[in-house]
Design a protein around this ligand. Structure first.
Ligand code: SF4
Length: 350
């Protein structure tokens, strides 16, 4: 589904050389930072011009679609604002490859309306598999990966999630992202078998009370997630609470809730909904906005976990050798940075 834009600009057959630039500037004056503008046109070469223009003007080209020879380029006006809690700065300081993300399956027991990778009970399982994860873990050790993040869909749907997490934890401290709703019977036994000193659980909870969480994630899910949080804590695991929110007010409300529960800064994550996957509103993100965090799925290596099935964030289809995949991500990152540096030089006035 194409991203909905705040304004649509029909460029017809125009290019930058034949009047499009003037229309773009006029349109930008009518929208606010963060708003989205769709440019629709029939000349494919406009895409290259728009991409370059976006880089110069610090806007972002966030989506390109084509239907019946009509192109639709969606531009986000202005840069993404850094998170108030300094998370964005922390990310910028992290070295590429220090964090490694693994998408283990993509299917999920829930269908959240903002899921950035379209996971759901109907999503076909795309398993990374214990054998591949074991090889990734071995090679990650040699590459000095400092932290591994394991996400699903819902990883605890997998019968071999115990083997997967044990392999990861042997290579580096590991965080598993889960909705926390499946810790019963055999899955509870799997949880109990994991090393507490190497495995952290990051459990999603979007609001202090059920209404908003259940609205996005399904009726009754807040109560089940809360039970999962308590169970994991009772089993002696470190639990990090992760909220996905739509506004600053929601973030502030959740922060207050965490303060009242004495949850430390290290054990909380609050992030905005990203306009990817199922989401119909949220922050539109382009590759250039995201500090890369190497992300491996059954389909290849991606730039960042927030778009781990989107072609604009694909780095390479080849996972192995892992060193080559890391090198490809590093080259892509260097290209982005070199571009930013070139712009700085071009605009140097003396
Ligand atoms: S956001 Fe998480 S819990 Fe919700 S559908 Fe996606 S993977 Fe499942």
């Amino acid at each position: 589904m194409a991203i909905r834009a705040d304004i649509e600009l029909d460029a017809g057959a125009k290019t930058f050389a034949t009047g499009l630039l003037i229309e773009l500037i006029a349109a930008l004056r009518r929208i606010r930072p963060g708003d989205l503008m769709a440019v629709i046109g029939s000349d494919r070469t406009v895409g290259t011009e728009l991409e370059a223009w976006c880089r110069f003007t610090r806007n972002s080209l966030v989506e390109v679609t084509v239907e019946e020879a009509r192109y639709r380029w969606v531009i986000r006006c202005g840069e993404v604002q850094a998170e108030a809690d300094g998370e964005a700065q922390t990310e910028a300081q992290r070295s590429l490859g220090s964090r490694l993300w693994l998408y283990t399956n993509f299917d999920c027991n829930l269908r959240c309306d903002y899921c950035c990778v379209r996971s759901s009970p109907k999503a076909p399982r795309r398993p990374l598999g214990a054998d591949r994860v074991q090889r990734i873990a071995r090679e990650a050790t040699a590459l000095r990966v400092g932290e591994i993040f394991v996400t699903g869909g819902e990883p605890f749907l997998l019968g071999d999630i115990g083997d997967i997490l044990t392999a990861c934890a042997a290579a580096a401290p590991t965080t598993v992202l889960t909705n926390g709703m499946l810790f019963v019977r055999r899955r509870l036994e799997i949880l109990r078998s994991l090393p507490r000193d190497r495995v952290t659980l990051q459990i999603s909870l979007d609001s202090p009370t059920p209404e908003r969480h259940d609205h996005h994630r399904g009726a009754g899910t807040w109560a089940k997630a809360w039970k999962g949080i308590e169970r994991a804590q009772a089993e002696g695991f470190r639990v990090r609470l992760a909220a996905t929110v739509a506004t600053d007010a929601e973030a502030a409300e959740f922060r207050q809730f965490l303060d009242s529960r004495k949850i430390t800064e290290q054990d909380r994550v609050i992030r905005r909904i990203a306009l990817r996957g199922f989401a119909t509103q949220g922050v539109a993100l382009a590759r250039v906005d995201l500090v890369p965090e190497i992300t491996i799925t059954a389909d290849g290596v991606y730039w960042h976990p927030v778009g781990a099935e989107d072609s604009d964030l694909l780095v390479t289809r080849d996972i192995f050798p892992l060193a080559d995949a890391f090198a490809a991500a590093r080259r892509a990152w260097e290209r982005e940075r070199a571009h930013a540096h070139r712009l700085a030089t071009i605009f140097n006035c003396a």
